[in-house]
Design a protein around this ligand. Structure first.
Ligand code: TXA
Ligand code: MG
Length: 346
């Protein structure tokens, strides 16, 4: 069987793709963050197919996607007031809330947790698909487990091919945010940030006042540790080459990289830095001056560098808050938190 490629601009796409969801198939869906690998969140067999297709560890729960914020009450209970304030401020959009789960969501979807992660995405075609399906859609990022996330339909095709490993892909163009949603656990007070993303900690604090940052956001967690967001402990977002983050000024970083670079290695840097790496194999993922271009470009760049010929990647990482906080998190995870300060190394 061939994988069907739907266009997001074809008015019949939501209904056609919904037929696949209703009969338990897998549809890759565009969202503003990354492409997801979607299936009926209430159909145990369909959910199992997601885990199989991705090669995802069984203990890693899925996010369910809803079309309207008010649907939260169908799938969750004990919804605190600040959940509604967050929904009002950021939905539809790149925010996921973790809340106590209702019985209608099977244990396979939540990986036996007593909570469920819920998101109302901004993509119109995906919300139309959810409405047409009549069920919430469970969707992890569509990449094969451990690989950089998919931010275009082509990335999804690269991972799964066209021979029916998944039933369909809705091509909605390139994802505008480019990193996965921000995840906040609302089952404790103050709420806890489990994964930084398109909604920044500063934006969350404006609505919530206080926010705890989970330790998995800022440090490497061992694979046998008990963590709030199981996905955060796995090696993640990584191309096959070793990634090392080179900190320090532009000049110091470029001196260090030029001194150590050998053929087969690559530099991942900001547009502004490309002139420093003439003669080396260097690729830019966005402009340091415009952080949204960095989040939008990071996964495509990591994928470009995910070839067997590349043995090591020297990566430049943005500093500070805002969406840069999410970019730092993804790059540090890709590097297994391996960072080196070029100024100290001189
Ligand atoms: O932007 C996104 O969130 C994308 C798009 C497709 O919506 N989805 C996504 O899914 O990134 P995934 O599966 O790649 O990441 C979901 C993360 C994992 O780290 C998982 O452990 C965590 O959410 N998660 C899911 N359910 C949870 C729960 N009940 N409690 C804590 N963490 C949860
Ligand atoms: Mg993922």
């Amino acid at each position: 069987m061939q994988t069907i490629l739907f266009s997001s601009t074809d008015p019949s796409t939501p209904e056609n793709a919904a037929q696949i969801i209703r009969r338990g198939g897998l549809v890759a869906i565009p969202t503003e963050t990354v492409y997801g690998l979607g299936a009926d969140a209430c159909n145990v067999d369909a959910v199992r197919k997601i885990f199989l297709a991705k090669g995802r560890p069984q203990d890693n729960p899925l996010i369910i996607h809803i079309a309207e914020p008010r649907e939260l009450t169908r799938y969750c209970h004990d919804i605190p007031d600040f959940a509604w304030r967050l929904a009002e401020a950021f939905w539809p959009g790149p925010l996921t809330m973790v809340l106590p789960v209702n019985d209608c969501i099977p244990r396979e979807t939540t990986a036996n947790h007593d909570t469920v992660a819920v998101r109302c995405p901004a993509s119109e075609v995906t919300r139309a698909l959810i409405r047409a399906s009549g069920v919430p859609i469970a969707a992890p990022s569509a990449n094969l487990s451990g690989k950089p996330s998919t931010t275009s339909a082509q990335h999804v095709l690269n991972d799964y091919g066209t021979d029916g490993k998944i039933d369909a892909i809705i091509d909605g163009g390139e994802c505008s945010v480019g990193v996965e949603s921000t995840i906040v656990d609302l089952t404790e007070t103050p709420p806890r940030l489990l994964r930084p993303g398109g909604i920044t900690p500063e934006q969350l604090r404006e609505v919530l006042g206080d926010l705890t940052i989970d330790k998995a956001v800022v440090s490497q967690i061992s694979s046998d540790a008990v963590v709030r967001a199981p996905g955060m402990k796995y090696k993640h977002y990584a191309p096959s080459a070793e990634v090392v983050i080179i900190e320090g000024s532009r000049e110091a970083a470029s001196r260090y990289i030029h001194r150590h670079f050998v053929p087969g290695e690559a530099v991942l840097c900001f547009e502004e830095e490309l002139p420093y790496y003439e003669g080396l194999f260097a690729t830019a993922y966005g402009c340091e001056e415009d952080p949204r271009t960095l989040s939008a470009g990071i996964f495509a760049a990591l994928r470009r560098l995910d070839t067997p010929e590349i043995t090591k990647i020297y990566a430049r990482c943005p500093t500070g808050g805002g969406v840069n906080y999410a970019v730092q998190n993804r790059l540090k995870k890709a590097a297994g938190f391996h960072t080196l300060n070029a100024e100290e190394a001189e």
